[in-house]
Write a protein that binds this ligand. Structure first.
Ligand code: NAD
Length: 347
């Protein structure tokens, strides 16, 4: 079992500790947090509390350091962790800019240790359900994917509502949804257009709509809202031979698969104040409608993969070049939102 020490024992640091305690590949060495009340919370759970971050960096029995602090202190802690001879897992978003991340990767290359970013939402079953439909080819090639998350409580009133520590929804949720989208459509991005919302917060974005254009003509929408009292579906996908609809985190993907394009004698339907043939629903002679099972997923795979990668037995599942690409998209999204323009990109 590899020993892990966690820096930052807030919401996510505590989540890591719970996962590590349940894990079959890692064990918990202890934590450190700058706040006494958080150190006390750890002691109450019988977790060992280091006296400082420096004590963690000096502990050679530790194999992996997890950085779970607000985003603006990631770089300093990650670089110190690597320089002290440890493998490091950093929470998302790993950095506030591509430049910052490049410095972390440079420190990793010099250290000979591994750096990984906790993009845990690669194990979300909603995303995996869409991925499996694309990979099976059951409704043919993707035309467009829409990925949305809608909440209704604004931004949490902690550091997430301030700019300096790296708050806002592009950095908080965008990083997950963009990461997923780049796995679903593995192509170069040639256009980025982003619009941010500021309904409950003027300092940072409390939501955004990001349009991505890919070289083959595929398009994607990534949208996060925090002022939506009725939520739009989690995923909607148009493919060349059908459509997918997935309403929520843990619902089954619904598929409408085209069995025949040409229909005989489409009867116009009366809808609202008129009639239409174009928008008349299809019958079950030309559409096969079904649900797929929810895929199996185990979030512990993240630590299993990282431990095997440390031992040189496999590649890191979350690659730093992928993480960097997501940061490039986020930088373009901020730039597009600020200038109210669509950017031509080569990402
Ligand atoms: P939080 O405010 O609940 O906890 C952060 C903790 O870090 C605080 O207790 C704070 O005292 C401590 N801290 C700050 N600076 C420190 C330092 N220099 N040394 C030691 N401790 C320090 O925030 P959170 O929600 O736990 O978020 C932490 C990180 O985890 C962020 O990067 C966030 O984006 C990420 N996160 C990831 C997920 C996910 O699903 N992957 C979910 C939530 C949060």
């Amino acid at each position: 079992m590899k020993k892990v020490a966690v820096i930052g024992y807030g919401g996510q640091g505590a989540w890591h500790c719970d996962q590590i305690i349940k894990s079959d590949v890692v064990s918990l060495a202890g934590i450190y947090d700058i706040k006494e009340n958080r150190r006390e919370a750890a002691r109450e759970k019988d977790i060992f509390v280091y006296s400082s971050n420096e004590e963690i960096f000096a502990d050679k029995s530790v194999d992996i350091i997890v950085v779970a602090t607000p985003n603006d202190v990631h770089e300093a802690l990650v670089v110190s962790g690597l320089k002290s001879g440890h493998n490091v897992i950093c929470e998302k978003p790993v950095a506030l800019s591509v430049e910052e991340f490049d410095r972390m990767v440079e420190a990793q290359n010099e250290s000979g240790k591994l750096l990984s970013v906790h993009q845990n939402r690669r194990w979300d079953v909603d995303y995996l359900g869409v991925k499996s439909v694309i990979e099976s080819g059951e409704i043919d090639e993707v035309i467009r994917i829409e990925s949305r998350i809608h909440g209704s409580r604004g931004i949490p009133s902690d550091w997430r509502c301030e700019k300096a520590p790296g708050g806002g929804m592009i950095l908080d949720w965008g990083v997950h949804l963009i990461d997923q989208m780049l796995k679903l459509i593995p192509e170069k991005i040639c256009t980025v257009s982003c619009y941010t919302t500021h309904i409950t917060n003027t300092e940072v974005d409390d939501g955004f709509r990001l349009e991505l254009g890919f070289v083959s003509g595929k398009t994607a929408l990534v949208e996060v809202g925090t002022y939506n009292f009725i939520a739009m579906p989690r995923f909607y996908m148009q493919c060349k031979n059908g459509s997918l609809y997935l309403s929520d985190w843990k619902t089954k993907p619904q598929i409408a698969k085209l069995t025949r394009w040409i229909e005989k004698d489409v009867t116009p339907v009366q809808n609202a104040a008129g009639i239409t043939k174009t928008m008349a629903p299809r019958d079950n002679l030309t559409l096969d409608i079904y649900e797929n099972e929810i895929p199996k997923s185990d979030v512990h795979e993240f630590y299993r993969n990282f431990c095997l990668a440390i031992d040189g037995k496999c590649e890191q599942y979350i690659k730093n070049c992928e993480v960097r690409r997501v940061l490039c998209v986020m930088e373009s999204a901020f730039c597009s939102a600020e200038t109210l323009t669509t950017l031509k990109t080569d990402i």
